[in-house]
Design a protein around this ligand. Structure first.
Ligand code: AMP
Ligand code: MG
Length: 310
């Protein structure tokens, strides 16, 4: 590789060679590889220790390239126009002649696609002539990365390159909606369901009991700091890290504010960073103050519940 290449060119250099590169997005950092290449995408599963049957989300710069791979429908166009690029992933039918690697789809006839809202990653996607398969840049079931430092913590020297795009602005993964038949929310995330309902004229709700077992990404244990977590706690016990959303008069060194005034967007942005910080400080248990189950609080509570499963 030539010296003094820009970071985007360096990323392209490695991706063209079928290597993985971590990329910034507004939700969380992704572990990216050429979605058309079996060799490149198999490296994602290996690095992440991800079960082979958990399909990947593919990232596109625009509709033109997506049309080659997926069958688009009315609901998709409505949501695309309003929210893309943004924190929403669409599950669509894959075209028979699509070049997407079988590793990406787990040999199913659907594909999860997204248009990330991050300047640097959009520039990269426009420079390469393939879309990027990119699950979150963390070891499977562990805490997602929201900064280059987190990615380094997860993969160390095993990863060839991290494209630095600063801290992820949303800090929680995308909302996933299945549009292959009657619309259905598969994962809560950075895009609020009520916004989707307004555009679709529907009243979708997230039903955690839906049959999502065929997607291991919806597994019960996920986003885990490997420390027991107690939710909806009023007061922490001795030695527990205490995650808070509203400023208290008392000051305690085990207090970790993800927001001080119940700002749920701010709470979402700080959630994973705070879990990582608590883990590094070697706390053996975590308590979390009650977080309102509305707007982004829904996704935050979903992540905390999964992180707290044993
Ligand atoms: P992440 O590892 O955070 O990128 O998670 C990707 C999520 O997308 C996982 O929950 C996957 O199970 C889900 N996913 C990917 N492809 C599909 C698909 N075709 N249908 C349904 N869910 C999918
Ligand atoms: Mg993930």
């Amino acid at each position: 590789m030539k010296k003094n290449l820009s970071n985007i060119k360096k990323s392209k250099y490695y991706l063209d060679k079928n290597e993985c590169v971590a990329i910034p997005t507004e939700t969380v950092y992704g572990l990216a590889a050429n979605a058309y290449s079996n060799k490149a995408t198999s490296k994602i599963f290996k690095l992440k220790k991800r079960p082979k049957n958990n399909p990947l989300i593919v990232h596109y710069p625009n509709l033109k390239i997506l049309k080659k791979d997926c069958v688009l429908n009315k609901n998709f166009f409505k949501l695309y126009k309003k929210f893309c690029p943004g924190p929403i992933t669409f599950v669509l039918k894959i075209k028979k002649n699509s070049k997407i690697s079988k590793n990406v789809t787990n040999k199913k006839n659907t594909l999860a696609v997204r248009f990330p809202n991050h300047k640097i990653t959009i520039q990269l996607l426009k420079k390469i002539n393939y879309p990027l398969a990119a699950p979150s840049a963390n070891i499977s079931t562990k805490i997602s990365s929201v900064s280059p430092e987190d990615v380094k913590d997860e993969f160390g020297k095993k990863l060839k390159f991290i494209l630095n795009g600063g801290r992820s602005k949303i800090g929680i993964e995308s909302t996933i909606i299945n549009l292959t038949s009657k619309p259905e929310i598969l994962r809560l995330g950075g895009m609020q369901i009520k916004e989707l309902n307004k555009v679709l004229g529907l009243n979708l709700k997230y039903n955690k009991n839906l049959k999502k077992t065929s997607y291991p990404g919806q597994a019960k244990l996920h986003y885990s700091p490997d420390i027991p977590i107690r939710l909806n706690v009023k007061n922490s016990k001795r030695g527990e890290a205490f995650i808070l959303i509203k400023k208290r008069k008392k000051i305690d060194k085990n207090f970790f504010y993800i927001t001080k005034n119940k700002n749920l967007k701010e709470a979402g942005r700080n959630l994973y960073k705070t879990l990582r910080k608590i883990k590094k400080k070697k706390y053996s248990s975590i308590a979390v103050e009650k977080i309102p189950n509305k707007s982004l609080g829904l996704a935050i509570n979903d992540r905390l519940k999964r992180a707290s499963n044993k």
